[in-house]
Write a protein that binds this ligand. Structure first.
Ligand SMILES: [Zn+2]
Length: 396
């Protein structure tokens, strides 16, 4: 039981209150009440004075791969399942420490370490963010994707898709990840090209929706994005070359959206890391103006834009906040929109907005405390938060 005193609130991320500063009363894992300053007193509660800092919902990263911890693909490809689980734990705990209180893993090793991690977090065996796991990525045969073979189940045709979707759920997946267009990272693959058929995507959507679950689909190319959206994919990952027509189609929808991943783009454009992906760097540098134009344009429409990063553990450690920086400086998004993308928009896309994504009584106490006003100055988010609370637990 915890009282956070002297909090500053962000009005569009704090629901059902009409005051700007106050206290948050936390009971167990839940926000019990948000009050005006010094209204609530109970000696059984621990009190922390946050000294006027901004308290906002924890960050939701909808596009991570928790098994991307070893520095080279060669090491990743030979790792065994139990070791993978510890790698995922290391990555997940880093995320939690820097304020990511929910992580959706979009492509797990075939040994399903992320599912094991999710269960261990839920059971309180280990500390970590809320984890949402996809299991294996379902992908057609495609030149070059062998470099991430440990993440993939190859699929040909709707019936096989049906079986593999069910298999992922049987092994504990929360949702389904499809690979719907060529890849930036794979040498022989063209990101602009659609690689899944409409009937295959529809089959995955149909089986996932029976369970009230959703489908996320990797898609860079305009046509792949459009076919995916119309087949009922809930989140288009990357969405690099999304067109005006698709944006118009998505406008006003509350059950579909896009998850751009700018942090990986920043790595490939500006850093010398990922030496083994030299080819990807060339590809991204050629395409970056197009990606910039398409994704900047997305903000002109009333479309749900979620939060994703897609980087390795080392990169997330080195540049923990580059997604904020890129969305501001590379795409020119408004501060308010960026803050919503990282929180409530992502919660909506995950169908978890009744539990997370804003600060509200009866929601989970997943909170970060930042020094400054990120609505006025988004560079407040270029540093990791001062403090992190997850499910009511003071993490640091
Ligand atoms: Zn990815």
């Amino acid at each position: 039981m915890l009282i956070l005193r002297n909090c500053k609130f962000i009005n569009f991320l704090t629901e059902d209150i009409d005051f700007e500063t106050g206290d948050i009363i936390i009971e167990g894992d839940t926000i019990k009440e948000i009050t005006k300053p010094n209204v609530f007193h109970d000696e059984h509660y621990q009190e922390i004075d946050v000294q006027g800092k901004t308290v906002m919902p924890g960050i939701i990263d909808m596009h991570v791969h928790l098994s991307f911890v070893r520095p080279t693909q060669a090491e990743i490809l030979i790792l065994d399942g139990p070791s993978f689980a510890f790698d995922c734990l290391k990555y997940a705990q880093h995320l939690l420490n820097i304020g990511v209180t929910t992580a959706r893993d979009v492509g797990d090793d075939k040994s399903f370490p992320t599912v094991a991690l999710r269960n261990a977090v839920d059971e309180g065996i280990v500390k970590g963010p809320r984890v949402i796991a996809s299991g294996s990525t379902l992908c057609p045969h495609e030149p070059g994707v062998d470099i991430m073979e440990n993440l993939l189940e190859y699929v040909t045709g709707p019936m096989e898709m049906r079986r593999l979707v069910r298999q992922n759920f049987q092994k504990g997946a929360d949702f389904i990840k499809l690979y719907g267009s060529g890849s930036m990272m794979a040498f022989e693959s063209e990101p602009g090209v659609r690689i899944l058929e409409e009937d295959e995507i529809k089959e995955a959507v149909k089986i996932a929706s029976l369970r009230g679950s959703h489908v996320a689909m990797h898609a860079h190319g305009t046509e792949a994005i459009d076919v995916g959206v119309k087949a009922g994919v809930r989140t288009i990952e990357h969405a690099s070359f999304i067109s005006d027509d698709t944006l118009k189609y998505l406008e006003g929808k509350t059950d579909q959206g896009i998850v751009p991943t700018l942090a990986i783009l920043q790595d490939l454009i500006y850093s010398n890391d990922y030496a083994e992906f030299e080819n990807a760097r060339d590809k991204v540098n050629q395409l970056k103006k197009q990606v910039q134009a398409s994704l900047s344009n997305a903000a002109n429409y009333d479309v749900l834009i979620g939060w994703g990063t897609d980087v390795s553990y080392d990169s997330y450690k080195k540049n923990p906040c580059s997604e904020f920086k890129m969305r501001k400086e590379f795409l020119g998004y408004e501060n308010k929109e960026i803050l919503k993308q990282a929180t409530i928009n992502s919660a909506k896309l995950l169908m978890l907005d009744d539990k997370i994504g804003t600060v509200k009584a009866n929601k989970q106490a997943d909170l970060i405390i930042v020094d400054g006003d990120p609505v006025e100055d988004i560079s407040v988010m270029y540093d990791i938060p001062s403090h992190v609370i997850k499910s009511g637990e003071w993490i640091r």
